[in-house]
Structures are given as structure tokens and as C-alpha cells.
Design a protein around this ligand. Sequence first.
Ligand code: MN
Length: 188
Amino acid sequence: MLSNLITFDQTTGLSADVKPIQRRLSEMAGMYLDEATRAAMVEQNDPLVYEFHDLGVPERPGAIAYGTSITYAGKVGDEYFMTKGHFHSILETAEVYYCLKGQGLMLMENPEGDWELQKLTPGAAVYVPERFAHRSINTHPSDPLVTFFAFRGDAGHDYGTIESQGFRKLAIERGGKCEIIDNPRRRA
Ligand code: MN
């Protein structure tokens, strides 16, 4: 049973009674441009890249799944730490993210070929429209990026499409600045 009041720690974004789901770099094979560096980093200490809460909201159309997502600071080569990113299984699902802490980007794209980038900065809400895959990217050199998210409870997740084709755009650091480049491995 879900309690009526769930609080999130102001510093970590985590909730005391809920177990975070953690994603280490070893679970992101092939998702970064520099695969050799990724593999070497996995060998060295397999860093924690991001985590999120599964709050156990019933998977019904009228329910709202919600929680926090924390993307840690770091890079694989020149590419910032990021979430895997996903479409929703029910593609016609929008989602809202509210940035609590840190500095980053929400990268979005739809199957029709449109893409969109929004800044995540404390106090800013980002609306992810229906049909758009979405990925959080931490562009800060040291601070975690913490967001609160909410979307329809039965939407589900499709990670496979992004795992196999990647996003059209990548966020990399060049000369201390964030640059958005075309993903050279993306075919269409
Ligand atoms: Mn989502």
C-alpha cells in the first residue's frame, strides 16, 4: 500500500522507505560513443551513473507514477553521464519533470524525426510531449542532477528502441562547454 505522504530528502532526492533502482556503467554497454573508455571505466570501478525510485504506483490509466531521478556527474570520454532514456510503451504518453537540484539537459526525440532539448535547472519544469523518448543528461562537473517526474501509471517503458538505435543527438564537452552533436552511429 502506498502511503499518502512520501517525502524526498532535500540533498539526495531519495525517499527513506523506497529502494532506489540503480544503473551502473556496466549496464549501459554500447550506449556511449567511446565504448573503449566505457569498458575501461567498468573494469576500474563501474561507477553509478543514475538511480530512480520505483514507488509502486498501480499500473492503471488513471494512476500517476511519480518519483525522483538522480543522474550523477561524470563523463565517458567527452560524453556526459546520462540515463539510458526510453519511449513509453504507450507512446501517446506525456511526462513532466521538475528539476530540484543540479544542472543538465532533457534530450527528447520522436519517431517522426523531431528532436528537442530543454535545460534542467532548479525550479524549472520540462514537459515531455506524447511520442517523445527522453533522456536526462548531467552537464555539471560535480553535482548530481535531481528531478521529480510524473506520468500516467500504465504507460510502461520501452528501453529497447533507444538501446538499439541511440538518440539522434549526443551531448559532449568541448573546451569546457557543452556541445550537441549528431550521433555518428545513428543510421536513420
Ligand atoms: Mn518516462
